[in-house]
Design a protein around this ligand. Structure first.
Ligand SMILES: C[S@@+](CC[C@H](N)C(=O)[O-])C[C@H]1O[C@@H](n2cnc3c(N)ncnc32)[C@H](O)[C@@H]1O
Length: 229
């Protein structure tokens, strides 16, 4: 990992601090609103688990945590993130519990949550395995871990999608956010990020989870779930 890469923690924190005010709108424009549907899908899955305590790690502006809060009104939903500027939006948008915290060193006791989620956050972390291990640590036995992140389509769309990802998206996002840098590494980070079987293997390695992968929108994103034994 070189200095300035997307997984360098201070680079990541500063990049999100700079785009925090434009993050929600940019996402919706660039994905044509699909990101909303993906998070709603996650919230429906979480609701089926009937959790009492949910932690959304790397919650950012709270998009997923707010969907879960709506879908599970009886649950206590906490959103944590190491970027205070992003988290401030989550609080203002109505997320009840927010906490500035590094996902690699969560300030929670072992087994303190029924569900832990992370959406579009793990990919930006310095050590995927350590981060998943930390999420696993704070889950109770029988609890559920859920990862939502970008992946690459496996069929004929893979080529055109990669062209969009590397050639079009950085320019479009740079124009919208005036922070081209923050998006230049996005394509590379998606290419490097474990997907499908790779992510399932990683989840198995963090221990006692039985992973399931659910590709979304031709495989442009995927949901991975694992239930702790
Ligand atoms: C792309 S945003 C995703 C935000 C939100 N989960 C969503 O679905 O829109 C990634 C977030 O991950 C956070 N993040 C990255 N690495 C982190 C870490 N090690 N600890 C806590 N937050 C982290 C960033 O600050 C940023 O808010």
């Amino acid at each position: 990992m070189g200095e300035g890469t997307i997984q360098d923690p201070s680079y990541v924190r500063d990049a999100f601090a700079r785009i925090a005010d434009r993050y929600v709108t940019t996402n919706h424009v660039l994905s044509l609103g699909t990101d909303i549907l993906w998070r709603r899908r996650v919230a429906r899955i979480v609701r089926r688990w009937k959790p009492e305590r949910v932690l959304d790690v790397a919650t950012g502006t709270g998009d997923l945590a707010l969907e879960i809060q709506d879908a599970c009104p009886d649950a206590e939903v906490t959103g944590s993130d190491f970027c205070a500027e992003m988290l401030a939006h989550a609080g203002r948008r109505g997320l009840g519990r927010t906490l500035v915290a590094d996902a690699l060193d969560l300030p929670f006791d072992d087994a303190s949550f029924d569900v832990v989620t992370v959406a579009f956050g793990l990919r930006n972390m310095a050590d995927y395995r350590a981060a998943l291990g930390e999420m696993r640590r704070v889950l109770r036995s029988g609890g559920h871990l859920l990862v939502l992140d970008f992946s690459l389509p496996t069929g004929p769309l893979r080529g055109p999608y990669r062209w969009y990802l590397h050639r079009v998206l950085p320019k479009l996002a740079g124009w919208l956010t005036r922070e081209k840098d923050a998006y230049e590494y996005l394509g590379g980070s998606i290419e490097e990020f474990p997907m499908g079987e790779g992510m399932k293997e990683l989840l198995r390695e963090v221990g006692d989870v039985d992973p399931v992968a659910l590709p979304l929108t031709f495989g442009v994103a995927s949901i991975y779930t694992g239930t702790v034994a």
